[in-house]
Design a protein around this ligand. Structure first.
Ligand code: FES
Length: 214
């Protein structure tokens, strides 16, 4: 672009020496040409830039969680096996889970935003809104911290709250995942669940978008 402008300026000066009477009109036309060239370059850059934004390619392993998905262990000796609600104890560290497509049995663990926390608390502690998406005190939430995206993997047994290990953000599983302390800007969204055939099933998508600042 700099070479292009320099060449046009050079041409203007050359023509000014040859034909002083036509200077004003010619300079205006050439400078307008520079303006058009700059604008065209900026638009081209924006267009090319937009084309470079990668589109997400969906695979069976990273499809978004959907109603009807079975929640399975994300890790440990029972990895990829359905979580049996009878195995959950009250006020014990949450289970990290992924959704599994019930038709294909593919576990959708390739998208971090599919990470789910499952914990059992005293049903009497649940707020009415939270109880709507819970069964026998079992509640499920997005596992992605709203602050910077760490997985909310710790549990405070005294406060009975989820704890993010990165900056100690605390969330209340009895009250819609509300932020109780720390830097997270929003609650982690609840995942409404039901129980069928001794399995925990997603009844719908999360009640709000999962992920950082979503
Ligand atoms: S990433 Fe969770 S509190 Fe910072």
């Amino acid at each position: 672009m700099a070479d292009y402008e320099a060449q046009i300026e050079h041409n203007i000066l050359e023509h000014e020496e040859e034909e002083p009477s036509a200077n004003t009109t010619r300079r205006a036309v050439l400078q307008a040409a520079i303006g058009v060239g700059v604008a065209g370059t900026v638009l081209s850059t924006l267009y090319v830039g937009a084309g470079l934004v990668p589109k997400k390619v969906f695979t069976p392993e990273n499809e978004p969680l959907a109603a009807g998905d079975i929640l399975v262990y994300a890790q440990g000796p029972n990895q990829n096996k359905p979580i049996n609600p009878a195995d959950l104890k009250v006020d014990v560290l949450q289970i990290i889970a992924y959704p599994m497509n019930p038709k294909t049995n593919v576990v959708k663990g390739s998208d971090p935003n599919n990470t789910v926390l499952i914990v059992k608390i005293q049903p009497s502690r649940l707020t009415p809104a939270t109880a709507k998406g819970a069964v026998d005190g079992i509640v499920a939430y997005s596992g992605v911290c709203k602050h910077l995206g760490c997985i909310v993997s710790n549990w405070d047994p005294n406060l009975e709250q989820f704890v993010c290990p990165c900056h100690q953000g605390h969330y209340d599983p009895a009250n819609s995942g509300k932020v109780m302390s720390g830097p997270p800007p929003k609650p982690i969204p609840q995942l409404p669940i039901k129980i069928e055939n001794n399995q925990i099933i997603a009844m719908a998508f999360f009640l709000a978008p999962p992920g950082v600042n979503a």
